[in-house]
Each structure stands twice: as structure tokens, then as C-alpha cells.
Design a protein around this ligand. Structure first.
Ligand SMILES: *Cc1c(COP(=O)(O)O)cnc(C)c1O
Length: 371
């Protein structure tokens, strides 16, 4: 029987670490300390070093990291936050949840990341922050965005991009805040939910730490309204086991991507039939490898029949989501994002994928697209 190729093989990743993971679990069990504590503090220091940023504040999820960042910058009712419509829902959802208005700016079709020129057009006196996303693990054009933003704070949604770099430095260290996720499908996946807020600014770091515990400092005295945004000791302990392997896993993802690029180039297909993702920054971490094709839905069905998993990130842009209808967005507003939503297909890129599976994937795609 043909093997089913999945988007991610979590067992292949965790298997070699099993003994260490069990020991970490046992350590937390024995300590009896389940909320925050020394494991969280140690993880924060280690991940700050990895991400090359001064402060790292562990939180309950990537979504909560975005909320903490928005709250830390005082974003609320009457404020506008410019973001991309081609991203996971949480990016714009968190803006709306603090009472602010998400204002969408279209993407650059080559990188799928927000286009700084489109951002510039959307800046008003109400713009309180800009929230770009480093989609699929590649940094957006932070240099251009910083120029456009001027004094307007930048919150980097780096949920898919831990360890990614651009010419300005590591993602999450360039804007005022960086937000990361340890959802299991991210490059550093927890055993449940987890997230992280980063910043180089001491005052913003302190705000995030206080917001994480209901705005209390000292305990039971509240100057601001925060939330329960704490990271579990267990998640931190398990993530500490995985973090030392992350650089190696990222290298393997990059090797897989380079191999795909070469294999797909061999097919010699016209751009409308197949376009492979462009690497514009060296520091890409390939959370996803996303191809574009004008036969997307048929190809997806075919791959499914051939026991090859694939996924559409994202089938509907955020300006067209029912819950954002009140913003007045409509089809045609964001042409590049809308076209991407119709053409993109993410194929397996996980670290342990290996050449043989890639050959099968590429030949299956090639045979179908040449028909
Ligand atoms: C995963 C993700 C989030 C949310 O992270 P969670 O940990 O699932 O809450 C936010 N933004 C982007 C771009 C993501 O990919």
C-alpha cells in the first residue's frame, strides 16, 4: 500500500526526544508547580537568545500574544490597525477583540506579505498600529514598512516565523512587539497551546508581563485590566527540550524547499500552471511551502486521491469573512489577496519529509498539471 504523506509527522519529530520529554514531564509533576515558575522563566531566556531579542514573555497562545501586544500599546475603541487580509484569522480577530478597527492593505503577490505601498495608502490620523505578518515563515519587508510607519508602532505577527531573519534583524525584534505561537503546526510546536511576546523595549516588556496576569502588580492590585495570558510550566518545560533542535529542523526545511525548487523547475511548466514560492530573504524558515496554480482545486482533489495531504492557507480573505461584514469590505477590494486565496496550495515541507517523498509529491503534481 502507498504511504499516506501528511502535512506534518509529529511522531517523527518527537520520537528521538521521547526520553527527554518524559523526563521534563516528570520534573514538572514532581515540582508541583504548574503555572509560570522557573521553567517558564528559563524558557523565556532561551527563546529570547534564539530570537535575538532582549525580552521574551511567555503567554497562553499566539492569539493571546497579539492581544497582549495590542493592549500593551493601548490600542482600543476608535483606533485603526492596518493589517493584511491574507493571514490566519487571529491577526485581525485580535484587533477587533480589543475594540479597534482592522483596516486591510493588500499583499505583494510574490511573497504573500503585506505590501508597504498599500499600507501607506491606508494610514490616517486614527492609525494606532500596523500589524504585518511574516507569512509562511518569510519576513515581510520590514525595512520598507518601518519607513512608511514613521512613529506608528509595529506589531509583528511572527506566529509562523520563529527564527526567521530579514535585513533588519530577527523577526520579532524589529517592531515594537513581536508575537509568536507554539501551536503544534508551527515550527516550534508545543503539546497544546502556547505563545510568546517579544520586545527590545523595557517599558513595553513590563506592560506585557503585567497584562499577562490580569494587570496585577503587586498581586491583587490592578492598575490596568489584563487577562489570564499565562504560559503553563509544562509547555515551557517541554518546549525547552525541543528548542535546541529547532535550528536543525529549520535547516532541514530549507533543504527540502531548495530540493522542491529544483525538482519543480525541471518540470518546465508555465507560471500560470505552476509558480513556486520565492525566497526574498535568506532567513526564511518555511513554516509552509506554498505553490500557486490555476488548477488548484482539481490538483488538491487529485493529491488527496493519491494519499498526499495538502492544505489551503487561506481559502477566504479576512475582508470577505461574514464576521467582518460590518467593516464594509467586498469582493474586488483586495485583488492580490483574493487571487492568492484561489490559487495557493501548501504541500508537505516538514523537516523529516526526505527526498523520496518529495520525488513522489513532485511527480504526482507534475503528471497532473501536464495533462
Ligand atoms: C497560528 C497563528 C496565530 C495564532 O496562534 P495560536 O497560537 O493558534 O493562537 C496568529 N497569527 C498567525 C499568522 C498564525 O499563523
Amino acid at each position: 500500500m502507498t504511504e499516506r504523506i501528511r502535512m506534518l509527522d509529529i511522531a517523527a519529530q518527537n520520537g528521538p526526544l521521547e526520553e527527554k520529554l518524559k523526563a521534563a514531564f516528570a520534573g514538572v509533576l514532581e515540582s508541583g508547580r504548574f503555572i509560570m515558575g522557573p521553567e517558564v522563566t528559563a524558557f523565556e531566556a532561551e527563546v529570547a537568545e534564539y530570537a535575538d531579542v532582549k525580552h521574551a514573555i511567555g503567554v497562553s497562545s499566539g492569539t493571546d500574544a497579539l492581544l497582549v501586544a495590542l493592549m500593551g500599546l493601548g490600542v482600543g475603541h476608535g483606533d485603526e490597525v492596518i493589517t493584511t487580509p491574507f493571514t490566519f484569522f487571529a491577526t485581525a480577530g485580535s484587533i477587533a477583540r480589543v475594540g479597534a478597527t482592522p483596516v486591510f492593505a493588500d499583499i505583494d503577490p510574490v511573497t504573500f506579505n503585506i505590501d508597504p505601498e498599500r499600507v501607506q495608502e491606508k494610514i490616517t490620523s486614527k492609525t494606532k498600529a500596523i500589524m504585518p505578518v511574516h507569512l509562511f515563515g518569510q519576513s515581510c519587508d520590514l525595512a520598507a514598512l518601518k519607513k512608511v510607519a514613521g512613529d506608528i508602532p509595529i506589531i509583528e505577527d511572527a506566529a509562523q516565523a520563529l527564527g526567521a531573519r530579514c535585513c533588519e534583524g530577527s523577526v520579532g525584534s524589529v517592531g515594537d512587539y513581536g508575537c509568536f505561537s507554539f501551536f503544534p503546526s508551527k515550527n516550534l510546536g508545543a503539546f497544546g497551546d502556547g505563545g510568546l511576546v517579544t520586545t527590545n523595549d523595557d517599558a513595553l516588556a513590563e506592560k506585557a508581563r503585567v497584562l499577562r496576569v490580569h494587570g496585577s502588580k503587586p498581586k491583587y492590585f490592578h492598575h490596568v485590566i489584563g487577562g489570564n495570558f499565562r504560559l503553563d510550566a509544562l509547555q515551557a518545560a517541554l518546549l525547552r527540550v525541543k528548542l535546541p533542535a529547532l535550528a536543525g529542523w529549520t535547516r532541514m526545511r530549507n533543504e527540502n524547499a531548495a530540493r522542491y525548487d529544483a525538482m519543480f523547475a525541471e518540470l518546465g511548466l508555465p507560471a500560470e500552471v505552476l509558480t513556486t514560492p520565492k525566497r526574498v530573504h535568506e532567513g526564511h524558515v518555511y513554516n509552509q511551502y506554498v505553490i500557486r496554480t490555476n488548477k488548484r482545486d482539481a490538483l488538491k482533489a487529485h493529491l488527496g486521491e493519491q494519499q498526499i495531504d495538502c492544505a489551503i492557507y487561506y481559502p477566504r480573505c479576512l475582508h470577505e469573512q461574514e464576521c467582518f461584514a460590518f467593516l464594509g469590505g467586498k469582493r474586488g477590494d483586495m485583488p492580490e489577496s483574493e487571487r492568492a486565496a484561489e490559487e495557493v496550495l501548501a504541500i508537505p515541507i516538514y523537516s523529516e519529509l526526505g527526498e523520496a517523498r518529495q520525488e513522489r509529491i513532485v511527480s504526482t503534481i507534475g503528471d497532473f498539471l501536464k495533462r
